[in-house]
Design a protein around this ligand. Structure first.
Ligand code: FAD
Length: 537
C-alpha cells in the first residue's frame, strides 16, 4: 500500500531527482538543469508528463549542456527540499544554470510551461538566449542572433579549426537557428548561427527572398545559398549533405549510455511474498467495495498528514492570508476531525504555532515529525490510502482524500450545530475555498474550484445543510468534467454520486435529484459515527 512512485521511470530520458541526489547533481554542475517539480497525484501533472518525457527525448542530444529532470514533491522525503525551493504550485519548471552555487537563494529561475514538446523546447530556448544575454551559458553554442549585414564576422570567436559557418535566416520569433545550432553543437569544424528577417541589410546584400534560408560560408567568405526548407530536420539534412560533399560528417548522436538494469537472470523467479501480498490487497479491495460509501479513518488521517506536511509545512514562511487560512483550517479540524486526545493535542500545538505573526513551515514540520513518531499516539493508522487507493500510485490518493475530508467536515459541522441558529453556514466552505486557493498544490484544480465557487454562488449558501449539498453538487460537477479524462483511474470511473444502486431514493423518476434524500444519504455516509477503522465492518 505504499505510495510514492512518481510519474517517470528510469526508462524515460527525464532524469529523476530526489532529495538525495538533487544537490549532488544540480549544484556546481557543468551542465544546466531544467527541473519539473511535480506532484504525482495532480491531474495536471499527469497530463503534463508525456510531453515532458517527449521534451527530454527531443533534446537528448543537448544533455551535455542542459539536463531535463523531474522531482516528485509528493514524496515525503522530498517535502523539505520543495519547501526550501518554495515550490507553491505543480508543476513548476525551474532552470538552474551551470555551476549553480548552493546557498540561501538557490531557487533557480522559473521557466514558462508549454503545452507540447514544441512549446516546451521554445520556452527552454528563450531561457538559454536570456542566459547568454546575461553573460552565462558559455557552454552553449552562440544562440544570440547574428547582427551584421555582411558575412565577414561569422567566424569571429570560433575555434581555429572551424571550416564552415552556416547562417540560418528566419522569421522573427522562430527558433530554427537556435535548435539546429544546439542539435549540431557536437559537430567539429562548423559553427551554426542565425539571424532574423529584420536584418534587412543582410537580406538585401545576399538577395535572400524565401525564409528560412540556409547559407554556407567558408573562411574565405565564399558563400552558397543552400536549398531553403522549413523544418529543423530538413535543415539538418541540408547541412549534413553539404558536409558529406566536403568529406565531413555531422555528429549529433549522444554517446550511448549503458544502463545497468540489474536483469542478468534469464528466468524470472516469482517473489512469493509479493504474490501473497497482492492477493491480500485484492481481497481487501473487494471488501472495501462491498462496504459502499463509507469513510475510513485511515483515509482521513492520510489526507490530513499529506495536507499538513506537503502543502502547509512546505511553505517557507506563512504570513498574511495564508496564515489566516491556516488558523481557520486548524480551528475546524480541532472542532470536527475524528481525533483522540493525542490528535487534539497535536492540532492545538500547531494552532499555537500559527497564532504568532508569522510561522515558518519548518517549525510546523518539526511538530508533525514528532507526531509521526510511533509512540506519539496522534495517528491511529499508517500513512496509507484505503478506499482512496488507486489501481496505480498516480491515481486517486490525495485529491480523493481531500474531497472526503471536506465532505466529512461539512456534514459534521451540520450535525453538531443542528440546534445552533447562530452557526455560520459557510464555516467549512469558506475554509475549504481558502485552503484550495492558498495551499492546494494542483494549480489547475484550484483555479477551477475558485471559478466554480463564484459561478455557483458559494457565498450565498445560507444554511449548514445547504453547504453539505453545495459541496456535493460542486464535486459532481468536477466528476462530470473529468469523466473519461486520461487522469481517470480505469478501475474507478467517475460517476454522479451517489450511485443509483446505493441510494435508489436519491433520484426522482424523471432522473432529477431528490435533494432531501441526497442530504440524508450524505449525512449518513459522512457521519462521525460511520467512520470506519480498518478491520471494523
Ligand atoms: P474523487 O472525485 O476524488 O472522489 C473521492 C470519493 O468521494 C469518491 O470515491 C466517492 O466516494 C466520493 N464522492 C464522489 N463524488 C462525490 C460527491 N459529489 N459528493 C460526495 N462524495 C462524493 N482534477 C482535475 O483533473 N481537474 C480539476 O479541476 C480538479 N479539481 C479538483 C478540485 C478539488 C477541490 C479537489 C479536492 C480535487 C480536484 N481534482 C481535479 C481531482 C479530482 O476531483 C479527483 O479527486 C481525482 O481525479 C481522484 O478521483 P477519485 O476517482 O479518487 O474520486
Amino acid at each position: 500500500f505504499l505510495d510514492g512512485q512518481g510519474l517517470y521511470s528510469p526508462d524515460d530520458d527525464v532524469v529523476i531527482l530526489t532529495v538525495h541526489n538533487f544537490n549532488k547533481e544540480v549544484m556546481r554542475s557543468p551542465q544546466a538543469w531544467l527541473v519539473e517539480f511535480y506532484n504525482s497525484w495532480c491531474g495536471f501533472c499527469q497530463r503534463f508528463a508525456p510531453s515532458w518525457k517527449a521534451l527530454a527525448t527531443d533534446v537528448k542530444g543537448w544533455s551535455d549542456l542542459v539536463r531535463v529532470a523531474a522531482l516528485d514533491c509528493s514524496v515525503d522525503e522530498n517535502a523539505g527540499l520543495c519547501r526550501e525551493l518554495e515550490i507553491m504550485a505543480y508543476p513548476t519548471l525551474r532552470y538552474f544554470h551551470e555551476n549553480y552555487q548552493p546557498g540561501p537563494q538557490t531557487l533557480g529561475v522559473v521557466v514558462q510551461k508549454g503545452d507540447d514538446v514544441v512549446s516546451h523546447r521554445h520556452f527552454l530556448i528563450q531561457r538559454l538566449v536570456a542566459e547568454q544575454t546575461e553573460g552565462r551559458g558559455t557552454m552553449y553554442p552562440n544562440l544570440l542572433p547574428y547582427i551584421h549585414s555582411d558575412i565577414s564576422h561569422l567566424f569571429d570567436s570560433t575555434p581555429v579549426g572551424t571550416q564552415y559557418a552556416f547562417l540560418i535566416i528566419e522569421k522573427p520569433d522562430t527558433y530554427l537557428g537556435a535548435e539546429v545550432a544546439l542539435d549540431l553543437h557536437k559537430t567539429p569544424s562548423i559553427v551554426v548561427r542565425h539571424t532574423f528577417s529584420n536584418n534587412t541589410g543582410l537580406l538585401n546584400n545576399y538577395a535572400i527572398g524565401r525564409l528560412p534560408t540556409v547559407m554556407s560560408v567558408d573562411r574565405s567568405n565564399n558563400y552558397q545559398l543552400l536549398a531553403s526548407s522549413g523544418s529543423r530536420q530538413e535543415i539538418k539534412t541540408v547541412i549534413a549533405n553539404f558536409l558529406q560533399n566536403k568529406h565531413l560528417r555531422v555528429t549529433d548522436e549522444s554517446p550511448k549510455q549503458e544502463i545497468f538494469t540489474g536483469k542478468w537472470l534469464d528466468v524470472e523467479v516469482p517473489d512469493m511474498s509479493s504474490l501473497i501480498q497482492e492477493r491480500a490487497r485484492q481481497a481487501l479491495k473487494e471488501r472495501i467495495k462491498l462496504m459502499g460509501d463509507v469513510v475510513f479513518q485511515m483515509d482521513l488521517e492520510t489526507a490530513l498528514r499529506y495536507s499538513l506536511k506537503h502543502e502547509i509545512a512546505t511553505v517557507k514562511m506563512i504570513t498574511g492570508e495564508k496564515l489566516q487560512v491556516l488558523r481557520d483550517y486548524l480551528n475546524i479540524l480541532r472542532k470536527y476531525f475524528p481525533f483522540g486526545r493525542g490528535g487534539q493535542l497535536f492540532l492545538t500545538e500547531l494552532a499555537m504555532k500559527a497564532s504568532t505573526e508569522q510561522v515558518q513551515g519548518s517549525d510546523l514540520a518539526e511538530v508533525i515529525r514528532r507526531a509521526e513518531q510511533e509512540d506519539s499516539q496522534v495517528f491511529s493508522s499508517p500513512q496509507q490510502w484505503l478506499a482512496c487507493r488507486g489501481s496505480s500510485p498516480s491515481y486517486r490518493g490525495y485529491p480523493c482524500g481531500l474531497w472526503k475530508l471536506f465532505h466529512y467536515l461539512t456534514v459534521n459541522s451540520a450535525e453538531r450545530n443542528i440546534n445552533n441558529n447562530r452557526a455560520n453556514p459557510l464555516e467549512i466552505l469558506d475554509v475549504m475555498h481558502g485552503y484550495v486557493k492558498n495551499f492546494f498544490g494542483c494549480h489547475d484544480c484550484s483555479q477551477h474550484f475558485q471559478e466554480m465557487a463564484a459561478k455557483r454562488e458559494m457565498r450565498n449558501v445560507s444554511s449548514l445543510d445547504s453547504s453539505v449539498l453545495w459541496l456535493w453538487m460542486a464535486h459532481n460537477e468536477v466528476n462530470k468534467r473529468l469523466s473519461g479524462d486520461q487522469t481517470e483511474d480505469p478501475e474507478y470511473p467517475k460517476y454522479q454520486f451517489p450511485l443509483k444502486e446505493r441510494c435508489p431514493l436519491c433520484r426522482n423518476n424523471n432522473n432529477t435529484w431528490n435533494l432531501v434524500e441526497v442530504l440524508r444519504y450524505l449525512k449518513h455516509a459522512y457521519s462521525n459515527i460511520n467512520v470506519r477503522y480498518i478491520g471494523s465492518d
